[in-house]
Design a binder for this molecule. Structure first.
Ligand code: COI
Length: 356
């Protein structure tokens, strides 16, 4: 159990227009901080006014990217309560990422306490406009002022909060996706399954290329065979082929084990829909498209929730999916998941955790 020191700002900010939030542009009045050193372990947990961090230019995070982050959301329910969605899934993934990056572990219950107390300290920042939530961004950075390549001996754990609306400007409208065959995001044995900033840095070049070609996102292929589907943009990806819903399996270690991904699989199974976690090649996908069997495609993620895919193109082939419209399965998943998260639909799975 953490003993969190709390200091309230004397200069609260003016709240943004909750009907025009976009994603990740505004930050609340406070943040959580906790330090690590080899001698003291994790210490000095505190909630303080949101402010710049002071770091040495030689801090290891700037040079060798020893950094991890998570993404989750808090929701205001119609009865005035506050809830999180499957927070332990994120916290367990955080422990796996820390392990992969040699970052010292924080007890799971301490992370949950830090998140809960920080969210409640800034509760008045949780937006209530339809489609909005309070995005929670926990992250850890390596702070040793040293240029040798080794795990740092000092770290900062920080949690910042951002009132958000849809991640993509398209919202729930289908996005156009470009199949990236030149650049890869992750390879087997790498950090694809972990939530590290470096994975996203590696994705920027392909993302920029796709944007220049008029696409909003990239479909990433596996780094070895360059033919199996990994992820799309900053999301996991699902395809509806005939009566089967397919999502790439996690066993190669290059795909992020998304909480929304897991929840979609569980929801689909509970509806009696056939779901397969398996390898899926672009060739199989285009073959299904040519036969008229590719019915729907969508990305899933905490930030994006469900993002339908309207077309999937590469240099030579173009596939328009479901006439570029959102499909029935994508819509049902979106409605059910957001309904559970916002507390407007029953939660038979016990996924939500009330913190107020
Ligand atoms: C999330 O979905 O929460 C993520 O972390 C993706 C991020 C790039 C916005």
């Amino acid at each position: 159990m953490l003993n969190i020191r709390k200091e309230r700002t004397s200069t609260p900010k003016v709240k943004p227009d909750y009907s025009n939030l976009g994603f990740g542009k505004y930050f609340t009045d406070h943040m959580f901080l906790m330090n690590y050193s080899t001698e003291k372990g994790w210490h000095d947990p505190r909630i303080v006014p949101y402010a710049p961090l002071e770091l040495e230019p030689s801090a290891m995070v700037f040079h060798y990217a020893q950094e991890m982050f998570e993404g989750m959301k808090a929701y205001k329910t119609p009865d005035g309560g506050v809830q999180l969605f499957r927070p332990m899934k994120n916290i367990e993934r955080m422990a796996n990422t820390n392990d992969r990056l040699c970052i010292p572990q924080i007890p799971n219950e301490d992370v949950l306490q830090a998140i809960t107390e920080t969210v409640l300290f800034d509760e008045d920042w949780i937006p209530t406009t339809v489609g909005t939530s309070l995005y929670i961004r926990p992250f850890i950075i390596a702070t040793d002022p040293m240029l040798g390549v080794h795990p740092s001996h000092t770290y900062i754990f920080c949690i910042i909060l951002s009132p958000v609306a849809a991640y993509y400007a398209e919202g729930i409208n289908p996005v156009k996706i470009f199949i990236e065959r030149e650049y890869v995001r992750a390879v087997k044995g790498g950090t694809g399954y972990a939530k590290v900033g470096g994975n996203y840095a590696a994705s920027l070049k392909g993302q920029e290329k796709a944007n220049a070609l008029g696409y909003s996102q990239v479909l990433w292929l596996d780094g070895i065979n360059r033919k199996y589907i990994d992820e799309v943009g900053a999301m996991n990806v699902f395809f509806v082929i005939g009566d089967e819903v397919i999502t790439p399996a996690l066993d190669e270690g290059n795909i992020l084990p998304g909480v929304t991904r897991a929840s979609c699989i569980e929801l689909l199974k509970s509806w009696g829909v056939k779901v397969s976690e398996r390898r899926l090649s672009v060739d199989e996908l285009y073959e299904a498209y040519d036969k008229g069997e590719l019915k729907e495609a969508f990305g899933t993620g905490t930030a994006a929730v469900i993002s339908p895919i309207g077309s999937l193109d590469d240099e030579t082939k173009k596939a328009v999916i479901n006439d570029g419209k959102i499909g029935a399965i994508s819509q049902r998943l979106y409605d059910t998941l957001t309904g559970i998260q916002w507390g407007t639909v029953a939660d038979p799975f016990g996924w939500t955790v009330k913190i107020k």
